[in-house]
Design a binder for this molecule. Sequence first.
Ligand code: B1M
Length: 209
Amino acid sequence: MTDIFNQISEIVIKGKWKKMTDQVNLAFKNNITAKQILENGLLKGMGVVGIKFRDGEMFLPEVLMSAKAFKTAMVLINPFFLQGEKSNRGKVLMGTVKGDIHDIGKNLVGVMLKGNGFEVADLGIDASTEKFIEWIEKENPDIIGLSAMLTTTMVSIQKTVSVLIEKFPGKKIIVGGAPVSQNFADSIRATGYAKNAIDAVELCKRLVL
Ligand code: B1M
């Protein structure tokens, strides 16, 4: 079993995305769950990629291949996360803010929310404040979620949140992503902050009570 997780991690680290489907199917044949594949294989591998990227041992094109490998696996494991509750707890609009194209974490949060009875509208990446406004008017979500992965795009979160608070008073706004913290969320008057996908689900459940 450990060997299968290591293989999945290695495929992410080496960006050998074409090998991912076979490896995930092998994991399923060995009764390994989607959650185990995610936590013990994919996230472990992406953690190593993050360190190597930071330390200059991996470069952008390689990290792109790692992201492709991660996403290839997500396509296969997503259906298992989506088998959860069928109830409609409310609608969450999710987007990655302006200047930021990271979407793996945002997508994972979206999948977990869907699996827990939320409807999710995804406005994608690099989303301007205007795009958030347009989608809020179109989708009328109960909760608006903003994701950012760069210290530089925390400013985009701040800018967008401050406009949304003025334009949609009372709307619940949550924020998340690697550089974001509870302190930051409080400082920009967001309704809530979640560290990861599991916490995001719990937070959204509390907010729609
Ligand atoms: Co980028 N990148 N990257 N990158 N990248 C980071 C974020 C970085 C930490 C790497 C590093 O240096 N160690 C660093 C940021 C440093 C900083 O600002 N402090 C960095 C950099 C610098 C960059 C570029 C600027 C590099 C360059 O061009 N020179 C560039 C920026 C491009 C841009 O956005 N304008 C860039 C590009 C890329 C790729 C395109 C190659 C690729 C993204 C592919 C994609 O997403 N489609 C990429 C990747 C893959 C990473 C790392 C390695 C992995 C991110 C990831 O997917 N993690 C990342 C390193 C790291 O994070 N340690 C890194 C897995 C994912 C499941 O976790 O995204 O954290 P995460 O999501 C979690 C939580 O954060 C939370 O829940 C999720 C699930 O549990 N969460 C929320 C996220 N959003 C949430 C929203 C919520 C609630 C919770 O509510 C709304």
